[in-house]
Design a protein around this ligand. Structure first.
Ligand code: ARG
Ligand code: ZN
Length: 877
């Protein structure tokens, strides 16, 4: 593991490699503690490169056994675990290099390279894990055709999988066997994968639009095949959707997915052999919530869509990560919108963006969608690269229009298939199909920070004037910002709720319901507007910006009822709620009683009961902003305890005013039919479960929640019942009974126990720290397993504002110590968890100081990994 902290990688230092590797032949002799890897590489010197140029291969923690050049042992090399430098190379343009290394999969707890999870050999190579398997040019612009041979004892590993198509298999001595795989599509090393073990399989097939029959397999633990049915269905729908919407067809004879229980991220798009965190594959109504089902659908789609956006066209270097990730997130968002409800999906996306990306962009870890420097690339698999990266593609589609956007995508696939590309290549295809200059738009990739638009509307004699000003706040290492191109979708709404027209607009570009903001300030005039309109701004969240608009509460109430854009309606009510919560927070800080307008409770009541609206929408609308949302919108000097009190007060106020109607609706929504994971049924459960949260505040609240828990016939309702009891009535006999009952029923189901850990770790208040400490000793917990660690410690630090940000700083110290322990095994995991500190400067001074001390203690730790050191140091900078 690297622990040197010096090296910084810079975008401007990119240089093509002197050598290429057109063919890679790998042989694996698998063994838990002594795996042999023989890499037979065809090396090609790039035209014009001097034959004296050394060949420098990447390694990480490698144990070199032997090197041959064109079949002869080669001694002119320097090998360290991190590097292999070869000199005195043949003058010929091509030669064969053979490298033998020895690995210990069982001791690999970092879950990068080749490791064993639950007895199954598997690999994770993105971004730089291949160098933990063999010395290689481990960079995404080196594309190679792979042929892989795997040998293992048949009893231990009857299943031997790699990328591409199966080409051979057979028996060997000593009850060992082998399989060979060939992948005809040249690929970078980060897309290499191998899986070997004893697994069950759910099989199916798919016939592509061109008539190719593809064998589909999802590999899971024996006995769990049935739990892969939903994932399989999502896979087939993804394959069809990509043909219909993007014209993209699958290109191998097989497509395999393997679920493993120890995995650092969600899933990985290895060519023809996706590897998944089992939590994003396994589901049935008894074990998975509706959120799990939706995540499975989205992630199966995401990894499948990478086959074209990522694999066929890959990244030139890791600075271009958003080229594949932002684009692929955009594609999976569109898929889910088509499969479910577009309006509801968009609201959920924006909530996630604001919860995860906005704080990143507004704190010390801010970076552009395409970063320009990094010390550890693993720390850039961020909400900015993924989610903001997707928003940038969405803006491009908004600016160009759907048809031109599709034409640009077609050109991208045609022009760059088989290449390793940059963001410039991507933008160029859209410039070429549209004839537009996208250089100002391109700033979205290069400049960090969330832009703000200040808008002052005024209306007089048929003319609406909008004074619009843009600003981008300074972010680390970017103090001066350039002006952006911001596509702001909008509508003007008349008093009857209908869209108002205008005869002409001057002072800026307006087209198809979108204002194109490009200047620092502008005065936009709409003439021929029949009456003073109510403004619906940033419809569909067309741009990832913050808005400061003078809008009267009655206009927001009006929008919350009448905006034809569902996102606009949600946004209006959410703004009202946020303003009420911030006012209440100020009251709490000032020692005054909280007061709320009756109109808010009435609006919540009428939205909840409005049968013309989808239940899923109603559920989202009446869900109050989270404590973290409120803190983000307060912005500075935050006291999380006061936020908690303010939020509880508003929940109580809305609950009290709507007690009877919420109860009637709650009962009416009770579903007695057979379970379906579809969006409509999930929406009804979501609404009913949000109502439960309100009802839990009434006198008979514990009874209602207990009965909800007892009568639940699926995991969604079970979790809602248990969560409501644990959070609204912590420590009550009913809460304790529910937790004990759940534990007893799910003790041998780790993924279900994760939910049990999470609920307890997020019970607000001081007590949570003791709970987390205790649960770390629970038999179902394991510090080596990322899912366990995330569900207990990740949800505590990122999802429990009052508990984690205890005023005495005890949780910070505990957490810093735990991270340093995790860091010794799995630096990626510790670094990811450490981002919980990223907003420390927006806390009130006492907590700020305690958080700073915890960060400093980590930075000082001897032997801290590059990953964790990088996050801690940037957080402090
Ligand atoms: N490319 C994977 C995904 O879709 C993420 C893999 C990241 N892995 C890592 N170790 N950082 O989206
Ligand atoms: Zn991805």
């Amino acid at each position: 593991m690297r622990t040197d902290t010096g090296q910084v990688f810079r975008l401007e230092d990119y240089r093509p490699s002197d050598y290429l590797i057109p063919r890679t032949h790998l042989t694996f002799r698998l063994d838990p503690i002594r795996t042999i890897v023989i890499a037979d590489l065809t090396i090609e010197r790039r035209a014009g490169v001097d034959p004296s140029a050394p060949l420098i291969l990447d390694g990480d923690d490698l144990n070199l056994k032997r090197i041959e050049l064109d079949g002869i042992e080669h001694t002119a090399h320097e090998a360290t675990p991190e590097r292999l430098v070869l000199k005195d190379l043949p003058e010929t343009a091509q030669f064969q290099l053979t490298i033998e290394t020895e690995l210990e999969p069982d001791r690999n707890k970092a879950l990068m390279g080749l490791y064993r999870s639950n007895g199954v050999y598997c690999t994770q190579c993105e971004p730089e894990g291949f160098r933990r398997i063999s010395y290689f040019l481990d960079r995404p612009d080196i594309l190679s055709v792979y042929h892989v041979r795997i040998e293992a004892p048949r009893a231990e590993a009857p299943l031997l999988l790699s990328n591409g198509n199966p080409v051979d298999s057979g028996e060997l001595d000593n009850s060992r066997h082998f399989a060979e795989w060939h992948d005809p599509h040249p690929k970078p090393s980060y897309l290499f994968a191998l899986v070997a073990g004893d697994l069950g399989c759910l099989r199916d097939s798919f016939t592509t639009m061109g008539g190719r029959k593809v064998d589909l397999g999802i590999y899971v633990e024996h006995g769990k095949e049935r739990l892969a049915a939903y994932a399989m269905d999502a896979l087939k729908r993804s394959m069809r959707w990509d043909e219909e919407v993007f014209g993209r067809e699958y290109d191998l004879d097989v497509f395999n997915i393997v679920a493993v229980s120890d995995f650092n991220m969600g899933a990985m798009e290895n060519k023809g052999l996706n590897i998944f965190n089992d939590k994003y594959v396994l589901a049935d109504e008894a074990t998975a919530t509706d959120t799990d089902f939706a995540n499975i659908e989205a992630i199966i789609a995401h990894e499948y869509f990478h086959n074209w956006t990522g694999n066929r066209i890959t990244c030139r270097d890791w600075f271009q990560l958003c080229l594949k990730e932002g684009l692929t997130v955009f594609r999976d968002h569109e898929f889910s919108a088509d499969q479910r409800s577009r309006g509801v999906k968009r609201i959920a996306e924006v909530r996630a963006l604001k919860a995860l990306q906005f704080p990143e962009d507004q704190g010390p870890l801010a970076h552009p969608v395409r970063p320009r420097r990094y010390r550890e690339i693993n720390n850039f698999y961020t909400a900015t690269v993924y989610e903001k990266g997707s928003e940038v593609v969405r803006m491009l589609a908004t600016i160009l229009g759907r048809e031109t956007f599709r034409a640009g995508m077609d050109l991208y696939f045609e022009r760059h298939d088989g290449e390793a590309c940059t963001i410039e290549d991507f933008l160029k295809v859209f410039e070429d199909v549209s004839g537009r200059d996208l250089s100002q738009f391109g700033l979205w990739y290069n400049q960090s920070g969330t832009p703000n638009l200040t808008i002052k509307p005024s209306y007089e004699a048929g003319t609406l004037t909008l004074e619009i000003e843009q600003s981008v706040p300074p972010t680390p290492s970017e103090s001066r910002k350039r002006l952006m191109h911001i596509p702001l979708a909008f509508g003007l709404i008349g008093s009857d709720g209908r869209e108002l027209q205008w005869s002409s607009a001057e002072g800026g570009t307006v087209d198809g319901g979108v204002i194109h903001v490009r200047k620092r300030s502008q005065k936009l005039r709409f003439h021929g507007v029949a009456e003073r309109p109510v403004l619906s701004l940033n419809r569909g969240f067309s741009a990832p910006v913050t808005l400061a608009v003078e809008q009267r509460p009655e206009d927001l109430i009006f929008l919350a009822r009448h905006d034809s854009d569902p996102f606009g309606r949600w946004q209006a009510f959410n703004t009202l709620l946020t303003e009420a919560l911030i006012a209440a927070y100020r009251c709490v800080l000032g020692g005054k009683a909280t007061v709320f307008e009756d109109s808010i409770a009435r609006l919540a009541g009428s939205i909840a009961a409005d049968d013309d609206l989808e239940p899923a929408y109603r559920a989202l609308a009446i869900t109050l902003p989270s404590e973290a949302d409120i803190a983000r919108d307060i912005g500075k000097d935050i006291d999380p305890d006061a936020v908690l009190v303010a939020r509880k007060a508003l929940v109580g106020f809305i609950a009290g005013a709507n007690r009877d109607s919420f109860h009637a609706l709650y009962q009416h929504l009770h579903d007695t039919g057979p379970f379906s994971p579809d969006a409509a049924a999930a929406g009804r459960r979501a609404l009913r479960n949000v109502l439960l949260g309100y009802l839990a505040r009434s006198n008979d609240g514990t009874d209602i929640a207990t009965s909800h828990f007892t009568h639940a016939t699926n995991m969604t309702d079970l979790i809602a019942g248990m969560g409501t009891l644990a959070h609204e009535h912590p420590g009550s006999p009913q809460a304790r009974a529910a937790l004990a009952d759940f534990e007893r029923r799910h003790a041998d189901m780790p993924l279900a126990m994760d939910k049990w850990f999470q609920i307890q770790a997020t019970v607000p208040g001081e007590h949570a720290l003791e709970t987390v400490r205790t649960l770390m000793r629970h038999p179902s917990f394991s510090i080596d397993n990322p899912n366990r660690v995330r569900s207990l410690m990740g949800s505590f630090s990122a999802g429990n504002q009052s508990g984690f940000h205890r005023a005495d700083g005890a949780a910070y110290l505990f957490f810093a110590e735990a991270l340093m322990d995790i860091d010794k095994r799995n630096p990626q995991l510790s670094a990811r968890l450490a981002t919980a500190f990223r907003s420390w400067r927006s806390l009130e001074p006492i907590r700020q100081e305690k958080a700073r001390q915890a960060l400093v203690s980590m930075v000082k730790m001897p032997g801290i990994s590059v990953d964790l050191g990088d996050i801690a140091e940037r957080s402090l900078a």
